[in-house]
Design a protein around this ligand. Structure first.
Ligand code: NAD
Length: 257
């Protein structure tokens, strides 16, 4: 195969994306759809699910609920199998010092961000084994750095790297590839909320806080949701066929948080 052709996934890939109705998940769903894939997404935002482009399958499902994830897989079975599963659902969790975080906020963050990815992987593996498929887990640059006042999120995102590397070892001999994408500061409403929360915590203005964030990025800029989607597409293209067990940062080189 020519190198240029190897950069594009084959048409007809069967793709499941969690939290695909907004943000990075939506951008990935649109990108795979445009690349000729058959895409099914889940989300808890019913309005945003209803607004998805025609042709994208959808389920209302919360990845923290076992029964929802079971139903998601029953509904996604309409694709007749899965070649790609993208574990994208993740919440920011509380912005608070360790003594102020309560048990409920800690548990909720871990339950969505880590246990949710486990629940999806647990059900996806048989299908991916069959298709010699690809599992992509969304971590974060917070999965390779520390960040004060965001302990539950950071702990969950480091755990995703461990989940990814272990599954890549476990499933590699069976032809299943597993990788993590670590987005940096991705432009969009989510990061605006995070910066605003952190600014309030630190007694800074939004602009000052944003400046501080970017001062730790070598390229002094945010990345776009399309940059993350491009990495996901490449990992599922023939050119990505020998990439597994990696924690791939797409972040303009975030040096610290
Ligand atoms: P987002 O906050 O924009 O939310 C995306 C979607 O997740 C929403 O549609 C929401 O309804 C859905 N969702 C929330 N909880 C859910 C649940 N329990 N089950 C199913 N769906 C649920 O998120 P985003 O910024 O697009 O982030 C996507 C992933 O990328 C997350 O795992 C996040 O941690 C990671 N990430 C994001 C950034 C960033 O700057 N945006 C940076 C690093 C990593």
């Amino acid at each position: 195969m020519k190198v240029m052709a190897s950069l594009i996934p084959r048409p007809g890939l069967r793709v499941l994306i969690t939290a695909g109705a907004n943000g990075i998940g939506l951008t990935m769903a649109q990108a795979f759809h445009e690349a000729g894939a058959r895409v099914h997404v889940c989300d808890i935002d019913t309005q945003a699910l209803a607004a998805l482009p025609a042709g994208i399958g959808r389920s209302v499902a919360d990845v923290s609920q076992e029964g929802d994830v079971d139903r998601l897989f029953r509904e996604a079975a309409a694709l007749g199998g899965l070649d790609v599963v993208i574990n994208n659902a993740g919440i920011a969790g509380p912005t608070a010092g360790i003594e102020e975080i309560d048990d409920e906020a800690w548990t909720r963050t871990i339950d969505v961000n880590l246990n949710g990815q486990y629940r999806v992987a647990h059900r996806a593996v048989a299908l991916l084994r069959e298709s010699q498929g690809v599992l992509i887990n969304l971590s974060s640059v917070a999965g390779r750095l520390g960040l004060a006042y965001r302990t539950p999120y950071v702990a969950s995102k480091w755990a995703i790297v461990g989940l990814t590397k272990s599954l890549a070892s476990e499933l590699g001999t069976e032809g299943v590839r597993v990788n993590a994408i670590l987005p940096g500061i991705v432009r969009g409403p989510r990061i605006e909320r995070v910066i605003a929360d952190r600014a309030a915590k630190r007694g800074l203005s939004y602009a000052e806080m944003e400046q501080e964030y970017l001062s730790r990025v070598s390229m002094r800029r945010m990345v776009e949701p399309t940059d993350i989607a491009a990495m996901a597409l490449f990992l599922c293209a023939p050119g990505g066929a020998n990439i597994s067990g990696q924690a791939l940062s797409v972040c303009a080189n975030v040096e610290a948080l």
